[in-house]
Design a protein around this ligand. Structure first.
Ligand SMILES: C[S@@+](CC[C@H](N)C(=O)[O-])C[C@H]1O[C@@H](n2cnc3c(N)ncnc32)[C@H](O)[C@@H]1O
Length: 299
């Protein structure tokens, strides 16, 4: 202590400072503090809570960069052309987020567009940005979309690594069964998902990234106990509001062979597989850095 005026208050706080912070202090900061193993801290339904305005801010360098979205949509349209998907085709974007791909498709003349997402926050952004555009948005869990009829869509896309979030393989398969139900016979499904083999070898165990002058995101990552998932933690610190968000999530790291085998056993025929690497300068693009694009058909 520099302050030699030893009032009882000063002495008390000096003693407090030397103590490791207790649970109460962490609760005030809304953080778990140091964790040895991340996995036990993951809520199995984490995807219900994480896709909010913070996500749009922390992942903005990828998911809010229009040049990236435009490039992805041009890539998707090239694939659509190969399989006779035209501007009048019925197109469904599952896990559409803030609608970035749908809005771009609309601007390029596609007419029958529907987006489904669980996040009300992201859907509200999508609806606002789609004003005067004829795009239908629905809020639902992708495993069971009651409001959509079977055998309806010519083309279904699930983009930006939105598959593999559920805690069990069976639940992830339920999402694919729903895709199968919604597709017309011979309809096309495009799955854009993280390249699990690459990420499991290259993920960074920790990083920090300044999102803007006042927002810092610190990330920690580790493999799950069975090495099948990547467990990630993000501590978002807002220096202006002094708000701290500490959140964890877990995603399956599938190899291309595993995904192909899951798709085939769920009645899809594989038409094409492509590795899609993101380019440009990103401090930490995480699971989005390298992806598989798998094009398949309902059989
Ligand atoms: C990484 S974001 C990708 C969003 C968008 N496809 C893109 O590329 O920008 C994942 C999206 O999946 C949505 N999502 C996650 N689990 C879901 C579920 N069970 N049902 C519906 N949407 C879900 C999230 O709300 C989020 O919008």
């Amino acid at each position: 202590m520099i302050n030699v005026q030893t009032t009882s208050t000063t002495i008390e706080s000096a003693e407090e400072d030397d103590k490791p912070p207790g649970k109460e202090q962490y609760l005030k900061l809304k953080t778990f503090g140091h964790i040895n193993k991340l996995e036990p801290y993951v809520n199995k339904d984490w995807w219900k809570f994480l896709f909010n305005m913070n996500y749009l801010k922390t992942d903005a360098d990828v998911v809010e960069d229009q040049s990236i979205t435009q490039k992805e949509v041009i890539f998707i349209i090239d694939i659509m052309k190969k399989f006779s998907i035209v501007k009048e085709s019925n197109i469904l974007d599952l896990c559409c987020g803030q609608g970035r791909h749908l809005i771009e498709l609309f601007n390029l003349g596609f007419k029958k567009l529907t987006g489904v997402d669980y996040s009300k926050d992201l859907l509200n952004v999508a609806i606002k940005r789609s004003k005067n555009k004829n795009i239908r948005y629905l809020q639902s869990d992708v495993r069971k979309i009651d409001k959509l009829n079977s055998n309806t869509y010519d083309f279904i896309q699930m983009l930006g690594n939105s598959w593999g979030y559920f805690n069990t393989i069976d639940d992830n398969i339920k999402a694919l069964s729903e895709v199968h139900r919604l597709l017309k016979n011979n309809g096309i499904f495009l799955l854009d998902v993280t390249n699990g083999s690459h990420i499991s070898k290259t993920f960074s165990k920790s990083s920090w990234e300044w999102i803007d002058k006042y927002t810092l995101v610190c990330r920690e990552r580790e493999l799950s106990h069975d090495h099948k998932k990547l467990i990630s933690r993000e501590i978002i610190i807002d220096l202006k509001t002094k708000n701290v968000v500490d959140q964890l999530y877990s995603e399956f790291l599938f190899s291309i062979d595993e995904i192909i085998s899951i798709l085939i056993s769920n009645n899809f025929k594989i038409l094409d597989t492509i590795i899609y690497d993101i380019d440009g300068e990103h401090v930490d693009s995480g699971m989005m850095s390298s992806r598989y694009v798998i094009v398949c058909q309902k059989v």
